[in-house]
Design a protein around this ligand. Structure first.
Ligand code: PMP
Length: 428
């Protein structure tokens, strides 16, 4: 049996880990079946505990821009570990990574490192509230900003896969300060702002959404929000946890030429180690402790191994800036191949793509917001996921997630992926 050892490991895991995992989407609950347990990974591939080999399209959900066990990151972590793994004191490494990040991303002067995307977004919102003295925030249905209470109001990603858009444990008091808008619907945002005039601290969103599949912003959507924020004294918070250092060296702000007031990072900036960060102008960041009164802290924040990994990653993309174009080309190639076979078989679908993010939705409707993305959360998606898995292609195990390509993927890998889809769809 193909997944025998993974099944046994999953049963064992369930005895000591809730649901057998440490992050819900990994459990395959939406798509059914047994999650594959990873034994090892290198480049664009990983091997599971049963010895099956896969082409990996999630790249650790984004961080691994150059693929698994990327040599410069590996060496940086190994060499750094020999000098100690954590100090809880300042190191030169933190300033080095901060300087590099600030030089690459437009509109930021200072950055604070944390340990996850959740922390980055949670702290960004606290800072927006502390800076403006206002309480409410606007978030968009289907956008995921981590699992802090204020964001678990119609979040995308795993939070919606499990049918608990408003998680138990989030108090009504918290929920009432989070206003919910429709992605790509500027009028809806205007209405919310008008109905809560003078009360909104920040509008947070994924500039290219990746947690309801990949949904690019409609033309004028982000520009309109930027204008509205300027008119109303609202801070625009870009959650670039997925898009930062992936869509371009300067993330979505560079790729789309829109300025955010506060930017949250995660994933790529840590080179595959647990890192998040938030950044803004010197003026806004001066409100953060110990310079200012908005409190935020972390025992392991700025961890030397994590900083070394992030530094190696960002250094490599500066050395090889064509990586973004190569990735976009590979993603376009995959798009074309999948599109062709779906069309030939007459299977209703929509493919969304931006840079190295792409998603296939089993609906003919345009997928532009959470409601349209939900149309693709159906048995066809699950059949597709497992059909590809059985053919050695690891895709996101949820209709609400984007693929993340990495540069280690070869055109042969892409051709093999398209061939697997062709075989699957020919027996659809
Ligand atoms: N924001 C976005 C856009 C994300 O995609 C994620 C995680 N997928 C987060 C925040 C939360 O990051 P983490 O899982 O590192 O807490």
């Amino acid at each position: 049996m193909r997944y025998q050892r993974s099944s046994a490991l999953f049963r064992e895991a369930n005895t000591v880990l809730p649901g057998g995992v440490n992050s819900p989407v990994r459990a395959f609950k939406a798509v059914g079946g047994t999650p594959v347990f990873v034994k090892e990974a290198s480049g664009a591939h990983f091997t599971d505990e049963d010895g099956n080999r896969y082409i990996d399209y999630i790249s650790s959900w984004g961080p691994l821009l150059f693929g698994h066990a990327f040599e410069p990151v590996l060496q940086a972590v190994i060499q750094r570990a020999k000098k100690g793994t954590s100090y809880g004191m300042p190191t030169a490494l933190e300033t080095e990574l901060a300087s590099l990040a600030v030089s690459m991303v437009p509109n930021i002067d200072k950055i604070r490192f944390v340990n996850s995307g959740t922390e980055a977004c949670m702290s960004a919102i606290r800072l927006a509230r502390g800076y403006t003295g206002k309480h409410k925030i606007i978030k968009f249905a289907g956008c995921y900003h981590g699992h802090a209470d204020a964001f678990l109001i119609q979040a995308g990603s795993g939070a919606v896969t499990f049918g608990s858009p408003n998680s138990p444990g989030v108090t009504p008091g918290t929920a009432q300060d989070t206003l919910l808008a429709r992605y790509n619907d500027l009028n809806n945002v205007r209405e919310l702002v008008a109905a809560n005039r003078g009360e909104i601290a920040g509008i947070i969103l994924e500039p290219v959404a990746g947690n309801m599949g990949c949904i690019p912003p409609a033309s004028g959507f982000l520009e309109g929000i930027r204008e509205l924020c300027d008119e109303e004294g609202i801070l625009l918070v870009f959650d670039e946890v997925m898009t930062g250092f992936r869509l371009a060296a300067g993330g979505a702000q560079q790729a789309l030429n829109i300025k955010a007031d506060i930017t949250a990072f995660g994933k790529v900036i840590g080179g595959g180690l647990p890192v998040g960060a938030f950044a803004a102008s010197a003026d806004i960041m001066s409100h953060l402790a110990p310079e200012g009164p908005v409190y935020q802290a972390g025992t392991l924040s700025g961890n030397p191994l994590a900083m070394a990994a992030g530094l190696a990653m960002l250094t490599e993309m500066n050395r090889d800036p064509e990586v973004f174009e190569r990735l976009a080309d590979k993603t376009a190639y995959l798009h074309k191949g999948l599109e062709k076979t779906l069309q030939e078989r007459g299977i209703p679908h929509t493919i969304n793509r931006f840079g190295s993010m792409i998603s296939l939705h089993f609906t003919a409707e345009a997928v532009v917001d959470f409601d349209s993305a939900a149309l693709g959360n159906n048995p066809d998606f699950n059949r597709y996921f497992h059909g590809m898995l059985d053919r050695g292609v690891y895709l996101p195990p949820s209709a609400f997630e984007s693929y993340f390509l990495n540069d280690a993927l070869s055109y042969e890998d892409l051709d093999n992926t398209i061939a697997a889809a062709e075989e699957l769809f020919s027996n659809w």
